[in-house]
Structure formats: C-alpha cells, structure tokens
Write a protein that binds this ligand. Structure first.
Ligand code: C2E
Ligand code: MG
Ligand code: MG
Ligand code: MG
Length: 282
C-alpha cells in the first residue's frame, strides 16, 4: 500500500492521524463536560490480609457517560493526562477520597482503614501538590497515616531526585506512599531500596502468571517479597482472582491481597457494608 501511495508514507498515515485527533478532541471535550456535569464517582476496593483483616481500600475513578455508559479509566486517564485535565480531575479525586476517609475514620468499625489514592505524574509534580495534600488533611481533619498515595515506577524514574524530595516533604505530613504496579516498568528491583515507599503493590501481571503456565515470573514475585521484607515495606498483591493465586502468594510470603476473589470496586456504601460483613465472618 505504501508503494501505491507513491512512497509518500505521510499521506498514507494522514487519515489515521486525522481520526486519532478527532477521537482525542471528542474525548477531551467529553472530559471537560464530565467535570462540569459531575459524571465522575469513586469506587472503592478492599485490601485484606491472610488473617481475615481489612487493612485498606483503593479509590478507583469511575466515569459514567450519559450516552456511552461506563468508560474505563485505562481509556480516559491517559487522555486526561495528555490534555492536562488530570489536574482538575485529580484534585476532585483527592478531595472526594479524603472526605470519604473522614467519614470512615469516625466509624468505629472502619476507623483503622487506609485510603489509597492513585496519583498521576502531572499532579504529583505540580508546584502546589504538597500544599494540596496538606489542605486536604486539614479540611477533613484526617489522621494522615491513613492516607496512602499510589505512584508508579515511571513517575518516580522521570526525575528520581525531585520525586524523592517531594515524597519526603509529603511524608513529613505523615502521609504514606505505595509503589503501584511494581515489576512492570524498566527500573531494576534494587531501585526500591533507594525510594521512601511504605508499601509495594505487586502488579496483577505477576499474580496472573502464577496460574497460567509462566512459572519463571514467580521468581520475580519472590524477589519483590524479599526486597519489601528487607526494607520493611508493606506488600499488597493486586488482581487476585482465585484461591490458587492467593495460596501461591501466601507461600511466597505475601500476606495482603486485593482482587475480585474478595470484592470488586464498588460505591462507598457497598464497600463499607462489605467490610463490616467480612469482619463479622472472619
Ligand atoms: P491500578 O491503580 O493498578 O488499579 C488496579 C486496577 O485493577 C483497577 O482497574 C481495578 O478495578 C482492577 N482490578 C482489581 N482487582 C482485579 C481483579 O481481580 N482482576 C482484574 N482483572 N482486575 C482487577 P481500573 O479501576 O479499571 O483502573 C485502571 C487504572 O486506571 C488504575 O490501575 C490506575 O492506574 C488508573 N486510575 C484509576 N483511578 C484513578 C485515579 O483516580 N487517578 C489516577 N491518576 N489514575 C487512576
Ligand atoms: Mg493503583
Ligand atoms: Mg496497580
Ligand atoms: Mg495498573
């Protein structure tokens, strides 16, 4: 096809490019509307231990478009990041999650639960990000130790020194940090020892590989568990769907799990009810 286009590969790709720009534009406009029309909500997914305790929840953004229905964060978060809209969306997420945490901190059955919030690079590197977090702690009168910010490897590696400095500032407020999707990026595992994370999340890729015939990856899980234990970091395995996976993880020394085996992300009231029920039966 490239040949019939007279070797001009530019023209060949032009319609595709146009389409991408069109889609980007529509999504961007739809995201602007979504903010204005309050189409976002937060769902919460519990994290449980092998001894039947619930240690925390992860806040996960949901977008219900009036015509298109539910749109996955995997689809719209990257667009929000590219367009800068993640600043406003992330601000809303942080406030919403902190407000929810405040409610749960005044409930005797939920008081010790950690709230984990995903933070994008654009948000984290905002000059005012530290004071945004501080403001939230104050506004919602939170015990800071129960707020956990999830960062990804690529965010941290983008500017290692700046990231660590910023993390240290926020840690001085008492807030915790979790390394999300660990093991999927390009950093060597030893990077973890140089970063002030309180928790590591083992990506669901590794959890899944345990039962689908890629046992070599299980070596990585063992390595992550070893590093986390050595540096006193909490460990949470993501995407745990089966008892077999949970047992393999437990054998490797991972004691906290998040996944459909326990509960899917759900609205705050449902998750609170789920946690209370779970605590009663364990
Ligand atoms: P993540 O932070 O790694 O979140 C875990 C994802 O795994 C969530 O997808 C969750 O619904 C899904 N999950 C949990 N348990 C299972 C399971 O057992 N099996 C399977 N197959 N999946 C499971 P979700 O909610 O679609 O979010 C996707 C990603 O979008 C998140 O990955 C995170 O990177 C991003 N994201 C979500 N909410 C926010 C947010 O408020 N801010 C930012 N910056 N990013 C967000
Ligand atoms: Mg996460
Ligand atoms: Mg993750
Ligand atoms: Mg992920």
């Amino acid at each position: 096809h490239a040949k019939t286009a007279g070797g001009n590969s530019q023209s060949m790709f032009a319609p595709q490019m146009y389409q991408n720009i069109q889609q980007r534009f529509n999504m961007e406009q739809a995201l602007v509307n979504a903010i204005e029309q309050q189409q976002f909500s937060l769902y919460y997914q519990p994290q449980v231990t092998d001894t039947g305790r619930v240690i925390g929840v992860e806040a996960l953004l949901r977008w219900f478009h009036p015509d298109l229905g539910a749109i996955s964060p995997a689809t719209f978060i990257p667009v929000a990041e590219e367009t800068g809209l993640i600043e406003d969306i992330g601000f809303w997420v942080l406030h919403q999650a902190c407000q929810q945490l405040q409610k749960w901190q005044t409930d005797p059955q939920l008081v010790g639960i950690t709230m984990s919030v995903n933070i994008s690079a654009q948000q984290f590197y905002l000059p005012e990000f530290v004071s945004l977090v501080e403001q939230c702690l104050r506004q919602y009168n939170l015990t800071p130790e129960y707020l956990m910010l999830e960062l990804t490897e690529s965010l941290v590696l983008a500017d290692l020194d700046d990231a660590v400095a910023r993390m240290q500032q926020i840690k001085q407020l008492g807030v915790k940090f979790s390394m999300d999707d660990f093991g999927t990026g390009y950093s060597s595992l030893s990077y973890l020892s140089r970063l002030p994370f309180d928790e590591v999340k083992i990506d669901q890729y590794f959890v899944r590989s345990g039962s689908t015939g890629q046992p070599r990856d299980w070596v990585i899980v063992d390595a992550i568990v070893g590093i986390a234990n050595t540096y006193g970091m909490k460990l949470v395995a993501e995407g745990v769907e089966t008892h077999e996976q949970q047992q393999l993880l437990q054998q490797s020394g991972c004691r906290c799990y998040q996944g459909y085996l326990y509960a899917k992300p759900a609205p705050a009231a449902d998750t609170a009810q789920w946690i209370k029920q779970y605590l009663l039966s364990h």
